[in-house]
Structures are given as structure tokens and as C-alpha cells.
Write a protein that binds this ligand. Structure first.
Ligand code: DI6
Ligand code: FE
Length: 411
């Protein structure tokens, strides 16, 4: 918490002459306040609302920033990434462009296993060095919180190395990092095809050890024909519960194994991807309060044609988050702004849904809604200040970054 320890008692800041999209729950649309102001003390929001109603005590003798009519949103949140990885798979991309199938790529030593090889060969500090430019790309677009998964180590030492590298990224940059243990991501070569034995290793040995060292804030898994079955994932989730960690799931990405229902049954924070989720899955998620995390980058990059059932999510009142899924195989994407454009263009999300998806709902998907994701009193002063005329511009542009300033914990 480097940023917070730096602030002194009574460290008061005021951003005035701004237009706010507070994203507050219950307010209509984006929670817009024209002629707004935000004040922070010791890194926490102490006021967000009309400048005319600012308490006089918050207006006197404080460091004041004139926003000159710019828009302020909550700092953006990327709630699903595999940002800590080594090397890249541009060679596989070229092979696929030349017509190779995924199986041919895998037989030539590609796929997740090639990223596992690269990660195991990299030291912790090499991992940090390689991952920092990706994190910096997100930060440059106003991102103040990033979730980072393990899942390319797939043994005790290398999973811990990934999670420690992720924690280190949060010490090297002014950003909140949440780590997720994704041991059940793929089968490593040394498991020799025995998925059940590997799941036992993940659930009974790796997970408890990772949890005991406080390296993970949540537990995730890949529930898919090419990965792990719902029964196998349930064993990992039982171990997560025993360790006191919340769960989330890569669910129904390539087929419908009813991963959404499994996630809901375990009260998961989120179920992610969801291209093949059906109405029963959407209904179960709504009932459990499980957020649907939409990942248009992976859909685009693997040229998937089945879209997630956005209409069903709306109908059942499932909350939707939007994230990059940054990873070397299916989504080498480091722009949350472009991700919003994809969510709107490819899946038909509205501007309001996109912006909520990278702020309030992304915070909910990380169990951080009490801490960040909206401009409300008591939360961390995580702000993004934009050179735009209307919020829709954040979703509309492709490859243009209108960020004016980014504030993390009041700094
Ligand atoms: N789903 C995905 O799309 C990525 N992981 C997952 O569970 C793929 C990761 C990779 O190919 O490296
Ligand atoms: Fe993913």
C-alpha cells in the first residue's frame, strides 16, 4: 500500500469543474453529475457530487485541480487477465494464418503447454520484467485495478512464482493487483494424461500451500472438454472453500458443460466467457449473484461465432463485467478501451453496460465493490479523467486513448 502510506492525515484533494459518471448503483444510467466535484482525504473519496453542494470545509485550503469541464469516471478495472506470462505465441498466430488447425499447432509443440515451458524457464524477476509493459499499457488507459491469474506454471513452484510475480507488479506500479490461482488450467506434460491425479495434486497440495502463503485472493479453473470436467472442478472448488477463498470459473467458452450452473452452485464471484451458456445457466447465475464476465477479445481472436447470450443475461438480471482476458494464446489484448468497443460491436452491449462492465461490475466480479468501481463516499479515490465530450467516446473509438490523468488512491 505504498500510495496510502505516503499520504498524511488530512491529506485533502479536490477535483472541481468536472462532469462525473459516478456509476453509482441505483442512479439512472451512468449516474451523471454535470458541474461536479470529487474530494479525497487520505486516498478515500469524501465527496462526489454537484460542486454547488460541496461542504465548505472541503473547499478551503485544499489542493485543488481544475478539470476544465473534463469527465471523471471511476478508475477502470480489468477483472480477468493472464497478464503474467513468458514469451508470446506470435509463431502460432502465423501458423494459423497459414491455415494450420489448432491440433496441428499443438502437435508442433504449441498451445498452452508452450507457454508453460516458457514460464517455467523464466525467473521470477524475468516474469516481472516481461509483464510490466503489458501492465503499463493498461495503466496508460486509466486502469487502477487488475486481476492476474496463474495457470502457466502448473506445479507448486511455478504457480507460486507466477503469483509472487503478480504481487510484485503491484509493488512496482501504483495499481491494485488481485491474484487468482488457476492451477486447473491445463494438464502439464508430466501428468501424462491423468487429469484426475492432477486435479488431486491441485486441490490437495498446490492450492492449500498457495492459500497458506496468502498468494491468492481467489481460485479459478477451466471447465471444458479440452481441460477439466465439472466434477473435477467441483473438487478444486471444495478445496477453495476449505481454504476460505472465493471462486470463479472459465465456463462454457467452447461448449456447454453447464459451467455457469456449477459456478452459481458454489456462489462464484463470476463465471467468465459464457459463449455456450443456456437459459438455465443464466437463471442460476442471477439467483446466485454471480457476475457474467464477457471476454470479446478471445471470441474475436479465435474467430468464435457463437455469441454469449446477452439477451438472457439482461432478462434474468445477471450483472455483466467486461475484461481483456489478456493471454498469449487466445487474447493478446492490452486495451480495455478497445475491449469495450468489441463488447459493443460484437455482442451489442450498450455504452452504459460497457462502462459499468469495466467499473462497478468488474469490482463486483472481484469482490471489491465496497472498495472501488464507483465514485462514492468511502471508496478508494481511484479516478480516470478524460478529454472527451461524452462518455460514449470511450466505447466508440478504436486505438485512441483520451486519458488526461489517472488517480490511484488519491495520488
Ligand atoms: N481460456 C482461454 O481462452 C485461455 N485460457 C482459458 O482458460 C487460453 C490460454 C492460452 O491459450 O494460453
Ligand atoms: Fe481467461
Amino acid at each position: 500500500m505504498a500510495g496510502q502510506s505516503k499520504s498524511r492525515a488530512g491529506d485533502l484533494r479536490l477535483w472541481r469543474n468536472a462532469r462525473l459518471a459516478t456509476m453509482a448503483e441505483g442512479s439512472a444510467g451512468l449516474g451523471i453529475v454535470e458541474h461536479g466535484a470529487v474530494a479525497s482525504r487520505d486516498g478515500r473519496i469524501v465527496y462526489a457530487g454537484p460542486e454547488s453542494e460541496l461542504p465548505p470545509t472541503l473547499a478551503q485550503g485544499v489542493e485543488t485541480i481544475d478539470c476544465e469541464g473534463r469527465w471523471i469516471t471511476p478508475g477502470l478495472i480489468d477483472c480477468h487477465t493472464h497478464l503474467v506470462h513468458a514469451g508470446n505465441r506470435a509463431n502460432e498466430f502465423e501458423m494459423r494464418l497459414a491455415g494450420a488447425t489448432y491440433e496441428e499447432v499443438a502437435r508442433a509443440g504449441g498451445g498452452i503447454v508452450s507457454s508453460v515451458k516458457s514460464l517455467r524457464a523464466a525467473s521470477e524477476s524475468e516474469l516481472v520484467t516481461q509483464s510490466l509493459p503489458r501492465l503499463d499499457a493498461l495503466i496508460a488507459e486509466g486502469v487502477t485495478t487488475v486481476e492476474i491469474k496463474s495457470g502457466y506454471g502448473l506445479d507448486l513452484e511455478n504457480e507460486k512464482k507466477s503469483l509472487r510475480a503478480a504481487r510484485q507488479l503491484g509493488e512496482q506500479r501504483p495499481v491494485t493487483i488481485r491474484t487468482t490461482f488457476l492451477g486447473a488450467h491445463a494438464l502439464p506434460p508430466e501428468a501424462k494424461g491423468d487429469k484426475d491425479a492432477f486435479v488431486d495434486l491441485v486441490a490437495n497440495e498446490i492450492l492449500p500451500s498457495v492459500a497458506a502463503e496468502g498468494l491468492a485472493d481467489a481460485v479459478d479453473g477451466f471447465c471444458e472438454g479440452i481441460a477439466f470436467s465439472p466434477e473435477q472442478m467441483a473438487r478444486v472448488f471444495d478445496a477453495a472453500k476449505a481454504a476460505g477463498l472465493p471462486v470463479k470459473l472459465h465456463a462454457d467458452q467452447l461448449s456447454n458443460l453447464h459451467g455457469a450452473e456449477l459456478a452459481a452452485r458454489y456462489g462464484a464471484l463470476s463465471a467468465d466467457h459464457l459463449e455456450y451458456t443456456d437459459e438455465a445457466g443464466a437463471a442460476a447465475m442471477a439467483k446466485a449473484g454471480t457476475v457474467a464476465t464477457i471476454l470479446p477479445g478471445a471470441y474475436y481472436f479465435i474467430r468464435e461465432t457463437k455469441k454469449p447470450p446477452i439477451g438472457l443475461f439482461r432478462q434474468h438480471g445477471v450483472r455483466m463485467a467486461v475484461a481483456t482476458d489478456n493471454n498469449p494464446g487466445t487474447s493478446p489484448l492490452t486495451s480495455l478501451l478497445l475491449t469495450m468497443n468489441m463488447a459493443a460491436t460484437l455482442f451489442g452491449l450498450t455504452v452504459d453496460e460497457c462502462l459499468a462492465g469495466v467499473t462497478r461490475e468488474a469490482a463486483r466480479a472481484l469482490g471489491l465493490l465496497g472498495e472501488t468501481g464507483t465514485l462514492e463516499v468511502g471508496k478508494s479515490a481511484d479516478l480516470a479523467i478524460w478529454d472527451i465530450e461524452r462518455p460514449a467516446e470511450l466505447v466508440y473509438r478504436m486505438g485512441f486513448n483520451p486519458l488526461h490523468a489517472r488517480i490511484w488512491r488519491g495520488q
